[in-house]
Design a protein around this ligand. Structure first.
Ligand SMILES: N[C@@H](CCC[C@H](N)C(=O)O)C(=O)O
Length: 282
Protein backbone atom coordinates (compact mmCIF):
# COMPACT_ATOMS: atom_id res chain seq x y z
CA UNK A 1 0.00 0.00 0.00
CA UNK A 2 1.24 3.53 -0.83
CA UNK A 3 0.90 6.19 1.85
CA UNK A 4 0.60 9.88 0.95
CA UNK A 5 2.39 12.32 3.21
CA UNK A 6 3.65 15.90 3.33
CA UNK A 7 7.05 17.06 4.49
CA UNK A 8 6.77 20.24 6.57
CA UNK A 9 8.75 22.24 9.09
CA UNK A 10 8.23 24.80 11.82
CA UNK A 11 11.41 26.90 12.10
CA UNK A 12 13.48 23.94 10.90
CA UNK A 13 11.92 21.42 13.30
CA UNK A 14 10.85 19.02 10.54
CA UNK A 15 7.95 16.62 10.18
CA UNK A 16 6.50 13.87 8.05
CA UNK A 17 2.75 14.57 8.25
CA UNK A 18 0.28 11.82 7.36
CA UNK A 19 -3.45 12.17 6.76
CA UNK A 20 -4.99 9.33 8.76
CA UNK A 21 -8.49 10.70 8.17
CA UNK A 22 -8.76 9.68 4.51
CA UNK A 23 -6.13 6.90 4.72
CA UNK A 24 -6.25 3.82 6.94
CA UNK A 25 -2.89 3.98 8.73
CA UNK A 26 -1.36 1.64 11.29
CA UNK A 27 2.15 2.54 12.42
CA UNK A 28 4.73 0.46 14.20
CA UNK A 29 7.71 1.77 16.14
CA UNK A 30 10.06 0.17 13.59
CA UNK A 31 8.19 1.86 10.73
CA UNK A 32 8.55 5.30 12.31
CA UNK A 33 12.25 4.75 13.00
CA UNK A 34 12.86 3.56 9.43
CA UNK A 35 11.05 6.53 7.86
CA UNK A 36 12.74 8.92 10.30
CA UNK A 37 16.23 7.86 9.22
CA UNK A 38 17.86 10.78 7.38
CA UNK A 39 19.92 8.49 5.14
CA UNK A 40 17.65 5.51 4.48
CA UNK A 41 14.19 7.06 4.98
CA UNK A 42 12.30 10.35 4.63
CA UNK A 43 14.14 11.91 7.58
CA UNK A 44 12.37 13.98 10.24
CA UNK A 45 12.45 15.02 13.87
CA UNK A 46 8.82 13.94 14.43
CA UNK A 47 6.10 12.13 12.51
CA UNK A 48 2.60 13.61 12.90
CA UNK A 49 -0.45 11.43 12.26
CA UNK A 50 -3.76 13.28 11.83
CA UNK A 51 -6.81 11.25 12.84
CA UNK A 52 -10.57 11.77 13.24
CA UNK A 53 -11.68 13.19 16.63
CA UNK A 54 -12.47 10.88 19.52
CA UNK A 55 -14.78 13.41 21.20
CA UNK A 56 -17.18 16.06 19.88
CA UNK A 57 -15.36 19.03 21.46
CA UNK A 58 -12.37 18.75 19.07
CA UNK A 59 -12.08 18.68 15.27
CA UNK A 60 -9.17 16.22 15.07
CA UNK A 61 -6.85 14.01 17.07
CA UNK A 62 -3.20 14.24 16.20
CA UNK A 63 -0.51 11.83 17.31
CA UNK A 64 3.17 12.64 17.61
CA UNK A 65 6.08 10.21 17.23
CA UNK A 66 9.71 11.11 17.87
CA UNK A 67 12.31 9.93 15.32
CA UNK A 68 13.26 7.13 17.76
CA UNK A 69 9.74 5.69 17.28
CA UNK A 70 8.26 6.62 20.67
CA UNK A 71 4.83 8.22 20.76
CA UNK A 72 4.86 11.46 22.80
CA UNK A 73 2.31 13.87 24.21
CA UNK A 74 3.01 17.28 22.77
CA UNK A 75 4.75 19.14 19.95
CA UNK A 76 4.39 22.91 19.59
CA UNK A 77 5.97 23.35 16.15
CA UNK A 78 4.09 20.25 15.05
CA UNK A 79 0.80 21.79 16.21
CA UNK A 80 1.34 24.73 13.85
CA UNK A 81 2.20 22.42 10.96
CA UNK A 82 -0.82 20.24 11.79
CA UNK A 83 -3.11 23.30 11.45
CA UNK A 84 -1.60 24.34 8.11
CA UNK A 85 -1.75 20.71 6.90
CA UNK A 86 -5.45 20.07 7.61
CA UNK A 87 -6.39 23.29 5.79
CA UNK A 88 -4.14 22.55 2.81
CA UNK A 89 -5.57 19.00 2.59
CA UNK A 90 -9.11 20.42 2.60
CA UNK A 91 -9.94 18.56 5.84
CA UNK A 92 -11.22 21.84 7.32
CA UNK A 93 -11.72 25.42 6.17
CA UNK A 94 -11.89 26.76 9.73
CA UNK A 95 -9.24 29.11 11.02
CA UNK A 96 -9.80 28.11 14.67
CA UNK A 97 -9.08 24.41 15.14
CA UNK A 98 -9.47 22.56 18.47
CA UNK A 99 -7.42 19.36 18.57
CA UNK A 100 -6.72 16.52 20.99
CA UNK A 101 -3.17 15.26 21.63
CA UNK A 102 -2.13 12.77 24.31
CA UNK A 103 -0.85 15.81 26.24
CA UNK A 104 -4.25 17.52 26.30
CA UNK A 105 -6.55 19.71 24.22
CA UNK A 106 -5.00 22.52 22.16
CA UNK A 107 -6.62 25.36 20.28
CA UNK A 108 -4.95 26.61 17.12
CA UNK A 109 -5.70 29.83 15.25
CA UNK A 110 -4.49 30.34 11.70
CA UNK A 111 -3.75 34.06 11.32
CA UNK A 112 -4.21 36.22 8.20
CA UNK A 113 -0.46 36.11 7.44
CA UNK A 114 -0.43 32.27 7.57
CA UNK A 115 1.32 32.10 10.95
CA UNK A 116 -0.37 29.93 13.56
CA UNK A 117 -1.12 30.92 17.15
CA UNK A 118 -1.37 28.00 19.54
CA UNK A 119 -2.93 27.94 22.97
CA UNK A 120 -0.45 25.44 24.45
CA UNK A 121 -2.40 24.93 27.67
CA UNK A 122 -1.53 25.67 31.29
CA UNK A 123 2.02 24.64 32.24
CA UNK A 124 2.24 22.14 35.08
CA UNK A 125 4.92 22.66 37.67
CA UNK A 126 4.10 20.01 40.29
CA UNK A 127 7.09 17.67 40.21
CA UNK A 128 5.01 14.51 39.95
CA UNK A 129 3.24 15.95 36.90
CA UNK A 130 6.46 16.71 34.95
CA UNK A 131 7.48 13.95 36.07
CA UNK A 132 10.62 14.85 38.05
CA UNK A 133 12.14 12.95 40.98
CA UNK A 134 13.93 15.33 43.32
CA UNK A 135 16.92 13.87 45.16
CA UNK A 136 17.01 16.86 47.54
CA UNK A 137 14.41 19.48 48.47
CA UNK A 138 14.57 22.40 46.01
CA UNK A 139 13.01 25.87 45.97
CA UNK A 140 10.04 26.45 43.66
CA UNK A 141 11.28 26.25 40.09
CA UNK A 142 14.86 25.38 41.05
CA UNK A 143 16.01 21.80 41.35
CA UNK A 144 19.55 20.54 41.68
CA UNK A 145 20.51 17.53 39.63
CA UNK A 146 23.68 15.56 40.34
CA UNK A 147 25.78 14.56 37.33
CA UNK A 148 28.60 12.07 36.90
CA UNK A 149 31.93 13.22 38.33
CA UNK A 150 30.41 15.09 41.27
CA UNK A 151 29.09 18.01 39.19
CA UNK A 152 25.61 19.47 39.73
CA UNK A 153 23.33 21.66 37.63
CA UNK A 154 20.28 23.69 38.57
CA UNK A 155 17.25 23.43 36.35
CA UNK A 156 13.52 24.12 36.27
CA UNK A 157 11.25 21.13 35.59
CA UNK A 158 8.15 22.12 33.57
CA UNK A 159 5.43 20.05 31.91
CA UNK A 160 3.86 21.52 28.78
CA UNK A 161 2.02 18.22 28.39
CA UNK A 162 5.49 16.77 27.75
CA UNK A 163 8.45 16.93 30.15
CA UNK A 164 11.07 19.70 30.05
CA UNK A 165 14.06 20.73 32.11
CA UNK A 166 15.19 24.32 31.53
CA UNK A 167 18.66 25.62 32.42
CA UNK A 168 19.30 29.37 32.52
CA UNK A 169 22.78 30.08 31.17
CA UNK A 170 24.85 33.27 31.12
CA UNK A 171 26.52 32.79 27.74
CA UNK A 172 25.09 31.83 24.33
CA UNK A 173 24.50 28.05 24.66
CA UNK A 174 27.47 26.39 22.90
CA UNK A 175 27.79 23.15 20.93
CA UNK A 176 30.01 21.84 23.75
CA UNK A 177 27.40 22.60 26.41
CA UNK A 178 24.64 20.88 24.42
CA UNK A 179 26.84 17.85 23.69
CA UNK A 180 27.88 17.57 27.33
CA UNK A 181 24.63 18.15 29.22
CA UNK A 182 21.94 17.37 26.63
CA UNK A 183 22.26 13.56 26.47
CA UNK A 184 23.06 13.22 30.22
CA UNK A 185 20.02 15.18 31.34
CA UNK A 186 17.61 13.81 28.70
CA UNK A 187 18.22 10.33 30.15
CA UNK A 188 18.82 11.34 33.77
CA UNK A 189 17.10 9.28 36.49
CA UNK A 190 15.57 12.52 37.81
CA UNK A 191 13.33 12.43 34.71
CA UNK A 192 11.68 8.98 34.79
CA UNK A 193 9.94 9.64 31.43
CA UNK A 194 13.13 11.28 30.06
CA UNK A 195 12.91 14.97 29.12
CA UNK A 196 13.56 17.72 26.64
CA UNK A 197 16.44 19.85 27.89
CA UNK A 198 16.42 23.59 27.13
CA UNK A 199 19.32 26.03 27.51
CA UNK A 200 18.09 29.62 27.73
CA UNK A 201 20.24 32.73 27.71
CA UNK A 202 18.07 35.67 28.74
CA UNK A 203 19.09 38.76 26.72
CA UNK A 204 16.59 41.15 28.27
CA UNK A 205 13.04 41.06 29.67
CA UNK A 206 11.55 40.40 26.25
CA UNK A 207 14.13 38.33 24.38
CA UNK A 208 16.42 35.36 24.76
CA UNK A 209 18.41 32.75 22.92
CA UNK A 210 17.31 29.12 23.26
CA UNK A 211 18.67 25.75 22.18
CA UNK A 212 16.87 22.50 23.02
CA UNK A 213 18.17 18.93 23.17
CA UNK A 214 14.98 16.98 22.50
CA UNK A 215 13.96 13.67 23.99
CA UNK A 216 14.07 10.94 21.37
CA UNK A 217 15.72 13.11 18.71
CA UNK A 218 18.76 15.10 19.91
CA UNK A 219 19.14 18.81 19.28
CA UNK A 220 16.56 20.27 16.87
CA UNK A 221 16.62 23.66 15.16
CA UNK A 222 13.56 24.68 17.19
CA UNK A 223 11.29 23.23 19.86
CA UNK A 224 7.92 24.94 20.39
CA UNK A 225 6.98 23.27 23.66
CA UNK A 226 10.59 23.84 24.81
CA UNK A 227 10.24 27.55 24.04
CA UNK A 228 7.03 27.68 26.13
CA UNK A 229 8.76 25.85 29.01
CA UNK A 230 11.71 28.28 28.77
CA UNK A 231 9.42 31.30 29.12
CA UNK A 232 7.71 29.70 32.11
CA UNK A 233 11.07 28.99 33.76
CA UNK A 234 12.35 32.51 33.07
CA UNK A 235 9.21 34.04 34.55
CA UNK A 236 9.44 31.83 37.65
CA UNK A 237 12.97 33.16 38.07
CA UNK A 238 11.68 36.74 37.59
CA UNK A 239 13.97 37.48 34.64
CA UNK A 240 11.49 37.88 31.77
CA UNK A 241 8.21 39.67 31.13
CA UNK A 242 4.92 38.22 29.90
CA UNK A 243 5.53 38.63 26.17
CA UNK A 244 8.82 37.58 24.61
CA UNK A 245 10.60 36.61 21.42
CA UNK A 246 12.99 33.69 21.65
CA UNK A 247 15.75 33.27 19.06
CA UNK A 248 16.19 29.62 18.09
CA UNK A 249 18.70 28.29 15.59
CA UNK A 250 15.82 27.83 13.09
CA UNK A 251 14.32 31.32 13.59
CA UNK A 252 12.29 33.41 16.02
CA UNK A 253 9.19 32.39 17.95
CA UNK A 254 6.71 34.65 19.79
CA UNK A 255 5.39 33.65 23.21
CA UNK A 256 3.25 35.02 25.98
CA UNK A 257 2.34 33.78 29.43
CA UNK A 258 0.32 35.84 31.91
CA UNK A 259 1.37 33.65 34.87
CA UNK A 260 0.23 30.80 37.12
CA UNK A 261 -3.00 29.13 36.07
CA UNK A 262 -2.92 30.75 32.61
CA UNK A 263 -2.13 29.07 29.29
CA UNK A 264 1.00 29.79 27.28
CA UNK A 265 0.45 31.18 23.77
CA UNK A 266 2.95 30.53 20.98
CA UNK A 267 2.95 32.11 17.51
CA UNK A 268 5.12 31.10 14.59
CA UNK A 269 5.26 29.87 11.00
CA UNK A 270 4.34 26.50 9.50
CA UNK A 271 6.10 25.72 6.22
CA UNK A 272 5.17 23.18 3.57
CA UNK A 273 8.16 21.53 1.80
CA UNK A 274 6.83 18.77 -0.52
CA UNK A 275 4.23 16.03 -0.95
CA UNK A 276 5.41 12.42 -1.23
CA UNK A 277 4.29 8.82 -1.32
CA UNK A 278 5.95 5.88 0.38
CA UNK A 279 5.31 2.14 0.57
CA UNK A 280 3.80 1.05 3.91
CA UNK A 281 6.46 -1.70 4.05
CA UNK A 282 9.42 0.60 3.22
N1 LIG B 1 9.69 19.54 18.66
C1 LIG B 1 8.63 19.56 19.55
C2 LIG B 1 8.60 18.59 20.68
C3 LIG B 1 8.51 17.15 20.19
C4 LIG B 1 8.37 16.12 21.28
C5 LIG B 1 9.54 16.04 22.20
N2 LIG B 1 10.76 15.62 21.54
C6 LIG B 1 9.21 15.09 23.37
O1 LIG B 1 9.72 13.95 23.38
O2 LIG B 1 8.46 15.48 24.26
C7 LIG B 1 8.01 20.90 19.81
O3 LIG B 1 8.07 21.74 18.90
O4 LIG B 1 7.39 21.09 20.85
Amino acid sequence: MRIRFSKMHGLGNDFMVIDGVTQDITLTREQVRAWGDRHFGVGFDQLLLVQPPESPDVAFRYRIYNADGDEVEQCGNGARCFAAFVRRQGLTANSVIPVQTSGGRLELTVLADGQVRVNMGVPRLALDEVPFRASAPGQAGRQTVALAGGRTVTLTPVSMGNPHGVLLVDEPPSDELLADLGPQLEQHEAFPARANIGFLQVLDASSGRLRVYERGVGETLACGSGACAALVAARLHGVMGATVTLHLNGGDIGLSWAGAGEPVYMTGPATFVYDGEINQEA
